[in-house]
Design a protein around this ligand. Structure first.
Ligand code: ATP
Ligand code: MG
Length: 227
């Protein structure tokens, strides 16, 4: 689903954010992406979204070689990748329903189909009864779940989350992670960038760690002795 071959990213100011990075993520995997602040996690996700382009090497997503992708193909590509951000980027002048419906309206779905899909997505994150609410009246965890519903409403085969639990307490973080695991159990490939090593360790999935833009670790984390 995700294939990076000797990928480097140098920003215009000369900063080398990723260096000679190679890894593959198969369809149906759930992978955590970790590393210090500035290690290149968000940059890696921006390459997958085609918000940035690699300076060298090759990125292939679901068989699509992003190096060769033309401008006109980018909207289709982006609809195939759901994205969740830390600061969820909800619109506070619209209802929960309208926020989740946004990608479908942009894609030109008819309103009946929009309604069906929005309610299915809100149901999956446990917020069906809040569709008319303004997101500003929801808790941080609930707002993040609206962001997740919006990311999955197109039923993308690949879901990226960049620090999705960064603002949440441990209990809510665990709840959000369980939501991602549930999507993964239905076959969605999931990549989650996170600093929360304790939480990541407790979930025992594959971990890709970056250090200064290079691959530092790829695999399960060793479990702590004792406990
Ligand atoms: N648009 C840009 N122009 C120049 N340098 C950038 C740009 N975006 C990011 N960088 C630099 O590239 C490096 C990697 O940034 P990135 O945002 O990918 O790190 P990160 O691992 O996501 O960090 P954090 O955990 O703080 O979110 C950092 O040193 C950052 O300053
Ligand atoms: Mg980041």
């Amino acid at each position: 689903m995700i294939s990076f071959s000797s990928v480097s990213k140098r920003y215009e100011n000369g900063h080398q954010a990723l260096a000679n990075l190679s890894f593959d993520v198969d369809e149906g995997e759930l992978v955590f992406l970790t590393g210090h602040s500035g290690a290149g996690k968000s940059t890696l996700m921006k390459l997958i979204m085609l918000i940035e382009r690699a300076s060298a090497g090759q990125v292939v997503i679901a068989g699509r070689n992003l190096n060769r992708m033309r401008r006109g193909q980018i909207p289709y590509h982006r609809r195939q990748v759901g994205v969740v951000f830390q600061n969820h980027q909800l619109l506070f002048d619209r209802s929960v329903y309208e926020n989740v419906a946004l990608p479908l309206n942009i894609a030109g779905f008819q309103s009946r189909e929009v309604g069906r899909r929005v309610r299915a997505a809100l149901d999956k994150v446990g917020l069906l009864d809040r569709e008319k609410a303004n997101p500003i009246t929801l808790s941080g965890g609930e707002q993040q779940r609206v962001g997740i519903a919006r990311a999955v409403v197109n039923k993308p085969p690949l879901l990226l989350a960049d620090e999705p639990t960064g603002n949440l307490d441990p209990e809510l973080s665990a709840e959000i992670m369980n939501l991602f695991r549930r999507f993964n159990s239905f076959g969605v490939t999931v990549m989650i960038a996170s600093h929360d090593i304790a939480l990541i360790r407790s979930l025992n999935h594959r971990v890709i760690s970056l250090a200064k833009g290079q691959l530092a670790h790829d695999g399960l984390l060793p479990q702590e002795q004792g406990g």
